[in-house]
Design a protein around this ligand. Structure first.
Ligand SMILES: NC(=O)C1=CN([C@@H]2O[C@H](COP(=O)(O)OP(=O)(O)OC[C@H]3O[C@@H](n4cnc5c(N)ncnc54)[C@H](OP(=O)(O)O)[C@@H]3O)[C@@H](O)[C@H]2O)[C@@H](O)CC1
Ligand SMILES: Nc1ncnc2c1ncn2[C@@H]1O[C@H](COP(=O)(O)OP(=O)(O)O)[C@@H](O)[C@H]1O
Ligand SMILES: [K+]
Length: 505
């Protein structure tokens, strides 16, 4: 799914109105219908809805929503400002149509502070959407601050009021803090970054049928990895395959005291379908690795830490978890980096060694995949003021170096050598536990061995990793789930994928 900025979203709207054709009023009705359906499916019927409507079309959505909810027998209050006369025609018509339902209580926005809210209230924010053009202050800020303190579920229509669709806000800016955001047609960039996404709660993208021709032809180099992308990438196994056709994965990981990282990476590689898997590690890991993952072959690269790296053609290499940064390991790794020509997956201490030897950046084989967390990224490429600038820098560096950079985050960003960026939306806070990144390295390297193109392996691997995390969370909790559970859940994720792919073809 493409990510569009505010002006592109306005163009999508206008294009749909002109080419479907459909009136602005009808499009607003579609948006309100989609919200009403979501609310009726998800929220108990005995709820009282309080809908706060601004002066633009976001407010118009709120007014239409109030009418639809009331029409379906739900208890509804709306709040409007004084400036209804400046509104668009579609919003004005929806304001007038409130009269069809005299049971809808209509209040002034400033009266909210005096109101006795019912115990079973839900607050709906239709104050500002993609038309926000400055920070919120004055009366609107007071109202939003008041609503944010009330002990009720809060739901935003299209965008939490106070957030811009496509840029950062100032620290301490006033923003409606939503538990859920019902947004139209596209993910907005601000939902995907921690500084702004934290205001959105759970995001639900509702289809309102914006014109397909516009979506296809309008350029964007930012995407969200959606199910359509994944179904296209996933290659089901041929029944006639054999292990020799499913690639050889080499995981180079582990040192004394950090052998768990190697165990997690190699197990993830095996569970992700690698035909043959080798774990290259120091002697101190031999017994641990052979016992915990008998499916993998063991090859020695040192005593307590790696001092030599083996190069084998026709293998896909994933290097770094638990490797350590002993000077002998660093020296051997840099030589290996220089001698290798095949794309590889580079994580953790291997990235730290590169960061300490900046000249080695240009030795990274083209099409390799780097998987830094934010701190590792900073060590490699320098600090940035915020996550928006960080993804811009990652996008630039990926293109300059001809590599894929997997910038690990809540919504991990996969920056490809062609300059495009894919945001991943699977995964959850239960994965914020040492070892989750080691699992990711194993998954991506395994896919690379199975002849997924590097960019595909990165996009698909990050999605699989997050999806396995979501399955693990359902069975356990964000607190208790383990990186090991991600590996166990890979089976269920592939099962779902192959069943769904079977239904499509
Ligand atoms: N695109 C689509 O596909 C569809 C879009 N739809 C909906 O339309 C929404 C976009 O509507 P929109 O363009 O009318 O803008 P919106 O966000 O309601 O606010 C603009 C108003 O706010 C004002 N204003 C701005 N900042 C302010 C501030 N800080 N403090 C105070 N005032 C401020 C500004 O007035 P100004 O003061 O600048 O003259 C203007 O009057 C979109 O989010 C979605 O919900 C659906 O109906 C159908 C499909
Ligand atoms: N809050 C979160 N939401 C979604 N994914 C997360 C979250 N926290 C961590 N992750 C994922 O878990 C992994 C952690 O990687 P990393 O920091 O390298 O861990 P480690 O090196 O300890 O194994 C990344 O893939 C990251 O995207
Ligand atoms: K809103």
């Amino acid at each position: 799914m493409k990510i569009f900025n505010s002006s592109q979203i306005r163009k999508a709207d206008a294009y749909t109105i002109a080419h479907e054709p459909v009136t602005e009023l009808k499009l607003m009705e579609r948006a309100a219908e989609a919200c009403a359906k979501w609310l009726e499916d998800e929220i108990p019927r005995e709820t009282v809805f309080y809908i706060f409507c601004g002066s633009g079309n976001n407010g118009g959505d709120g007014l239409a929503l109030a009418r639809l909810l009331c029409h379906n027998g739900l208890s509804t209050h709306v709040f409007v400002g004084e400036s209804n006369e400046q509104a668009s025609e579609a919003r004005s018509v929806n304001f007038q149509r409130l009269a069809e339902h005299p049971e809808i209580a209509v209040h002034q926005l400033e009266d909210a502070v005096e109101l006795d809210f019912e115990a079973n209230s839900v607050l709906v924010d239709a104050l500002f959407g993609t038309g926000l053009n400055r920070e919120i202050d004055g009366k609107y800020a007071e109202l939003i601050n008041f609503l944010n303190e009330l002990p009720f579920r809060r739901i935003s229509i299209d965008v939490p009021s106070g957030l811009f669709a496509d840029r950062l806000i100032k620290e301490n800016a006033t923003v409606f803090t939503a538990h859920d955001t019902l947004s139209f047609q596209f993910w907005k960039q601000s939902f995907l970054h921690p500084e702004t996404g934290a205001f959105c709660g759970n995001v639900h993208i509702l289809d309102i049928g914006l014109h397909k021709n516009f979506v296809e032809s309008e350029p964007s180099n930012r995407f969200v990895t959606d199910d359509a992308v994944i179904f296209q990438l996933y290659k089901p196994r041929s029944p006639f395959t054999h292990k020799g056709k499913l690639g050889k994965t080499r995981i180079i990981a582990g040192s004394y005291g950090k052998m768990g990282a190697a165990v997690l990476a190699v197990k993830a590689a095996v569970h992700c379908g690698s035909g043959l898997t080798v774990i290259e590690a120091p002697e101190c890991g031999n017994e641990i690795l052979q016992t915990s993952c008998p499916e993998a072959m063991f090859e020695l690269n040192g005593d307590q830490y790696a001092t030599a790296f083996l190069i084998n053609e026709n293998e896909s290499v994933g290097v770094g978890p638990g490797l350590g940064t002993n000077p002998d390991t660093a020296k051997a790794f840099l030589k290996f980096l220089q001698d290798c020509t095949q794309p590889m997956v580079i994580d953790a201490d291997a990235l730290n060694i590169i960061a300490s030897n900046p000249d080695s950046l240009k030795m990274i084989p083209k099409d390799s995949i780097l998987t830094p967390h934010p701190k590792e990224f900073e060590r490699l490429f320098g600090s940035t003021a915020n996550s928006y600038e960080r993804v811009d820098l990652a996008q630039k560096m990926a293109a300059e170096l001809g590599v894929t950079i997997v910038l690990k985050d809540h919504f991990t960003q996969i920056c490809l050598p062609d300059g495009s960026v894919y945001y991943n939306t699977t995964g959850n806070a239960g994965m914020a536990k040492g070892g989750s990144g080691d699992v990711l390295l194993g998954i991506i390297t395994s896919l690379l061995a199975q002849k997924y193109e590097p960019a595909q392996a990165a996009i698909f691997g990050v999605w699989l990793h997050g999806k396995a995390g979501d399955f693990a969370m359902q069975k356990s909790s964000v607190e208790a789930m383990l990186p090991t559970d991600l590996i166990s859940e890979l089976g269920s994720v592939f099962k779902c994928l192959s069943e769904k792919k079977g239904q499509i073809h």
